[in-house]
Design a protein around this ligand. Structure first.
Ligand SMILES: Cc1cc2nc3c(=O)[nH]c(=O)nc-3n(C[C@H](O)[C@H](O)[C@H](O)COP(=O)(O)O)c2cc1C
Length: 316
């Protein structure tokens, strides 16, 4: 076969499968926005042209993180961080994270319901739902979702020099080193038996602790930047708040990577539990991060909102 023949075969194939050219073009665009495109070996022709219009300072922060994210035996900083966490004070602090919870003024949640739907059916019927009805969810339903997401269900004894019976409380979603750097905040609009407002879920006590009253804190419309849902019909939002120093002290930059993985695990537990309860829900990328952080006492430096899930009843 000659070169000409193969070119014609490729053109014919592309004519019949036009999506392939679109997909290839899309992939090249992403190569072209790389801030490293000028210094790496692979340079798509298009990136050379685009480079003039998008200077290196417009690179992606995510790309910078991934390129600088080193893991392995030669990373001395990581080794030092991890070994530091075998120290007596670090072990005790992990084992007594319950001391961070507040009991004064906390709202006790009912015990979680035992969900009986089969796992295979629940996984396969979990779909994102956006047609919220405004019907309130019960406190028992909220408690059940929160417990499945992040509730305490186990205990790992840890050796300590003086405090022989210390144990780390284990939760329902996995976490690097059992450090649990994510906190779930609830912005409740329509929950029976719960004042509208913002609350922090406290897994050890299975309670909700109200955030300092902020005007309009419970109005989800203030935070959502989406046309996908009618904000005032959503029963509640779960907001995933990451405390950078709570695990990066041990894992360095991997702390952030771990936290994002952990947010996914928590979110999946949320969706499986709410599917089993017959509630609808939808993750949202379109939210005003800074406004949420102001409402949830996050400084936006070490404490960040990294994800948001809406929950409620669907339209009948
Ligand atoms: C991190 C993340 C962000 C999302 N953001 C939005 C969003 O802003 N608006 C929306 O309608 N759906 C959003 N979704 C839901 C996805 O659109 C949905 O999961 C996807 O279309 C697959 O459909 P399914 O969840 O019904 O299986 C998001 C999902 C994830 C995991």
């Amino acid at each position: 076969m000659s070169l000409k023949d193969s070119q014609e075969a490729v053109s014919e194939h592309l004519d019949r499968n036009s999506h392939m050219a679109t997909v290839a073009a899309f992939g090249q665009q992403h190569t072209s926005v790389s801030m490293y495109s000028a210094t790496t070996v692979v340079r798509a022709p298009e990136s050379v042209v685009r480079g003039r219009w998008s200077p290196a300072v417009h690179g992606l922060v995510g790309e910078e993180l991934l390129l600088n994210h080193r893991r392995g035996g030669r990373d001395l900083g990581m080794q030092l961080g991890v070994s530091r966490f075998y120290g007596h004070d670090a072990v005790l602090s992990t084992a007594h994270s319950d001391l961070q919870e507040r009991s004064d003024g906390a709202v006790a949640l009912p015990p979680r319901r035992r969900l009986r739907s089969g796992l295979t059916d629940t996984v396969a019927t979990r779909r994102s739902g956006r047609g919220f009805s405004g019907k309130p969810v019960s406190l028992d339903e909220l408690a059940t979702v929160l417990w499945h997401a992040q509730g305490v269900s186990g205990s790992l004894p840890v050796p300590t020099a003086q405090d022989g019976d210390a144990a780390v409380a284990l939760r329902n979603a996995p976490s690097g080193g059992g450090l649990y750097p994510l906190r779930l905040a609830v912005i409740a609009q329509h929950v029976k038996g719960l004042e509208p407002g913002a609350y922090a879920y406290q897994p050890h006590g299975h309670t909700l602790f109200p955030y300092r009253p902020a005007p309009h804190a419970a109005e989800l419309g203030r935070y959502l930047q989406t046309a996908d849902v009618e904000a005032d019909r959503v029963a509640l939002a779960l907001v995933y708040v990451y405390d950078l120093y709570s695990n990066s002290q041990k894992y360095g930059d991997s702390g952030l990577v771990f936290a994002l993985i952990e947010a996914g695990g928590i979110s999946q537990n949320v969706h499986l539990a709410r599917t089993s309860l017959g509630l609808i829900g939808c993750d949202q990328g379109g939210y005003d991060k800074q406004a949420l952080e102001r409402a949830l006492d996050c400084d936006g430096t070490s404490r960040h909102v990294v994800h948001l899930t809406l929950l409620g009843h669907g339209e009948a």
